[in-house]
Design a binder for this molecule. Sequence first.
Ligand SMILES: Cc1cc2nc3c(=O)[nH]c(=O)nc-3n(C[C@H](O)[C@H](O)[C@H](O)COP(=O)(O)OP(=O)(O)OC[C@H]3O[C@@H](n4cnc5c(N)ncnc54)[C@H](O)[C@@H]3O)c2cc1C
Length: 394
Amino acid sequence: MSNQTVLQELENSSFELTEEQKDIRQYVREFAEAVIAPRSAQIDEDAKFPFDIFKEMVNNGLVGMPYPEKYGGGEADPVTECILVEELSRVDLSCGLVCMVNNLGAKPIMIGGSDEQNKKFITPIASGEKLCAFGLTESGAGSDFMGIRTKAVKKGDKYIINGSKLFISHGNVADIVTVFAKTEPSAGIRGLSCFVVEKNSPGFSVGKTEHKLGIRGSETAELIFEDMEIPAENLLGSEGSGWKIAMNTLDHSRPGVGAQGVGVAQGALDYAFKYAQERVQFNQPIGNFEAVQNMLVDMAIRTEAARMLVYKAAMAVHNDHRDKSMYSSLAKAFGGDTAMKVTTDAVQVLGGYGYTKEFPVERMMRDAKITQIYEGTNQIQRLVVSRHLIKNYK
Ligand SMILES: Cc1cc2nc3c(=O)[nH]c(=O)nc-3n(C[C@H](O)[C@H](O)[C@H](O)COP(=O)(O)OP(=O)(O)OC[C@H]3O[C@@H](n4cnc5c(N)ncnc54)[C@H](O)[C@@H]3O)c2cc1C
């Protein structure tokens, strides 16, 4: 590809939501404000997975939205998935993860699984009967996930898996986990495989759960596999296809992390804007002061720009665009950085009150930080983008 082509493709991006996508945004927004907003502070305080909210999401058709119709899902396209996550995260990022983590865990099955595996595992995830998690990270394998030490050995009609996973969102509450393990440790990327693990598998246990800064309603757990036995038929694709499945999954899911960032930024901006009209100092609303106005406008600029980039990346994934990995990383990095900057500025607009738990922007700022870290830190996203640009600008 020439330099010209890359630049043209970045410049020629325009975007208009469909009427259906606009309706879904409105529907999810009303749901989030009515059902989640009154519970957010308590969910943060309790630091437990909000099963009541999950149930409401199932009953209102939100949990099943991203899955294929033939497995009982709503067949939402990637842009609609981002709108769903964005609107939930606008009110509460932890609750955005209720849908998002399920989808992340299920993606390897949808990407690498057979029709039979999809029928068996995706159908109960789409119906809300089962929760799913994604098991890639280990204590020694974070940014460099090829450092995975969990090992799977085939014995007859079973795989025996030994190892552990760290920082697994919903690992302690999930019924199904997609687990990446080495089937041939000396074979590099061709030695990684992906398996569906059910929580009742002999040898499966949950280790510690983390005490976290934010997204406290999304529990994060360690998983331990000691001679864990799973049926050989739970291998996704063939032995050695794990790296491809993992990369493909992340291409799909990273725009969604960008959407979490956009959502929490929008929630913080909305709150700060309203506050600035109401809070009076020097006999006038603080929103009259140019310094405050500039802060609010800069927050709006970043949030809207991040939103467009997220939708663009979701479209690239939807169309299987050759540069989809780059767009996904751009959206994830900018969405996350926007979330951190905008929520921090929202606290600033609220002054001392913003720093207290009386107001939601404090929680939003703590929640926002994770969007710069998980699914590949924003340094790693920049690495992905720079490699892509170097390769294509030769
Ligand atoms: C709340 C939470 C939920 C999570 N959920 C999941 C989950 O559901 N499933 C899952 O598999 N994982 C999950 N993770 C793991 C997450 O994806 C990793 O934490 C993340 O990828 C970073 O890995 P690490 O923590 O080992 O950091 P490290 O890789 O040790 O990185 C530490 C620092 O070094 C920088 N760094 C590392 N390598 C480079 C490089 N080459 N160039 C530049 N900088 C570099 C990083 O950017 C970072 O700033 C979760 C983590 C958290 C905190």
